[in-house]
Ligand binder design. Structure first.
Ligand SMILES: *Cc1c(COP(=O)(O)O)cnc(C)c1O
Length: 396
């Protein structure tokens, strides 16, 4: 054994923090508010649609490479329904690619578009798969840090547009943008997105946008970057059924882009999974056609849970950044006299029977993220209440 088994591209990436913290939850019997998966499945009609597809033999063999036509048409229709008024529509045959979740779509976009040595800008703290996917593509990640800003009542994480502009170099290939943003809950505003768009056009950059929380917006509105002037031709828009329909295990995602860009994504995707989730693709096609009332009810339910958890965490002595979107709350542990989120989260299950995730692991500038931890509120109300009762002992 001369060389260590893990290659140098992945050497810095151990087990994902979610696996580690979920194992800790299982071992200690703590309530898991770490990993972001709902504890109740999505609509019964959608689950039944998957059963029907399986029974009817639809999708049990390799589906077509780009995804089954029914799903690509449903994605196109959903896109027109939600963003058609912004002029953003996609052709189901040439501009939509079904993937194994948004995770594969992001990986394939980076593998297909990035040349070794290219720089990729991502908002920090970033979703953990981004760093690994950029590394696998041979790219260099350039984090731009979101920082807390605003008054006590309205603290949120904010994108510094000057810092973003300064991060662009002659080697920058693309900006990987996530809004609504996990883990901070920030939803970029129209003005911020317009500035990002201008920068991309001015510096001739591509954009890859992760919009998996497009329907989980409580304040403001979700605007796809691709709908801004000059962006449609240079943007790969990514979303997924996991968060929107509470079936995170199905792994049905999609990428949307003009034909030439999408071909590059597809070139990589076909040698990753080739295809995935056959019968689930038919079920997600039905899910996307659910009426607006479904999306509104999901949002209202999660907004109430957000408010419950935010109030409770404040009551437990944490500083809370109320998220405008996603199903995560980021909190600052410094009011408790703590400074190291990783140590805090490792001790939390023993201390009060709750699991949270240290946000530090989503930073390159680790010191910036040290005092922040993330809680997921996509859980039953009784579970959140139980967790909050347990967390009360923190301030005591
Ligand atoms: C959950 C999540 C994903 C993963 O989506 P899948 O469809 O499960 O692959 C991607 N990006 C962000 C920001 C997420 O929170």
């Amino acid at each position: 054994m001369g060389r260590p088994p893990l290659n140098s591209r992945l050497a810095e990436f151990g087990t994902t923090i979610f696996a580690e913290m979920s194992a800790l939850a299982a071992r200690t019997g703590a309530i898991n508010l770490g990993q972001g998966f709902p504890d109740v499945d999505g609509p019964e009609s959608v689950r039944e649609a998957a059963v029907r597809a399986l029974r009817d033999g639809r999708g049990n063999q390799y589906p077509p490479g780009p995804g089954v036509p029914e799903l690509r048409e449903a994605i196109a229709a959903h896109q027109s329904r939600c963003y058609g008024s912004l002029g953003l529509t996609f052709d189901p045959d040439t501009e939509i690619l079904v993937t194994a979740g948004a995770t594969e779509a992001v990986a394939a976009a980076l593998l297909g578009l990035v040349e070794p040595g290219d720089e990729v800008i991502a908002l920090e703290p970033y979703y953990d798969s981004y760093a690994a996917s950029i590394a696998l593509a041979g790219g260099t990640r350039v984090p731009v840090t979101l920082r807390p800003r605003g008054g006590a009542a309205d603290q949120h994480f904010h994108l510094d547009l000057d810092e973003l502009r300064d991060a662009v170099t002659d080697r920058t290939r693309l900006i990987l943008l996530n809004t609504p943003h996990n883990p901070t809950g920030t939803v970029l505003t129209r003005d911020e997105l317009a500035a990002v768009a201008e920068l991309c056009v001015e510096r001739d950059l591509l954009a890859v946008t992760d919009e998996v929380y497009e329907h989980l917006v409580y304040e403001g509105e979700h605007l796809p970057l691709a709908s801004f002037p000059g962006m449609r031709e240079r943007t790969v828009t990514i979303s997924s059924a996991g968060k929107t329909f509470s079936f995170t295990g199905w792994k049905v995602g999609w990428a949307m882009a003009p034909p030439e860009l999408l071909k590059a994504v597809r070139a990589a995707k076909q040698y990753l999974t080739y295809v995935a989730s056959g019968p689930f693709q038919y079920a997600v096609a039905e899910a996307l056609a659910l009426p607006d009332t479904y999306y509104a009810a999901l949002r209202d339910d999660l907004r109430a849970k957000r408010d419950l958890l935010a109030d409770g965490l404040r009551g437990a002595g944490l500083e809370v950044f109320t998220p405008s979107g996603t199903y995560f709350i980021t909190a600052d542990i410094r009011p408790l006299g703590e400074t190291d989120g990783t140590r805090f989260c490792l001790a939390l299950p023993e201390r009060c029977g709750v699991v949270a995730v240290p946000t530090q692991v989503f930073y390159d500038h680790e010191a910036e993220g040290a005092p922040f931890i993330r809680f997921a509120f996509c859980k039953r109300t009784a579970v959140l209440e139980d967790a909050l009762t347990r967390l009360k002992s923190l301030s005591g």
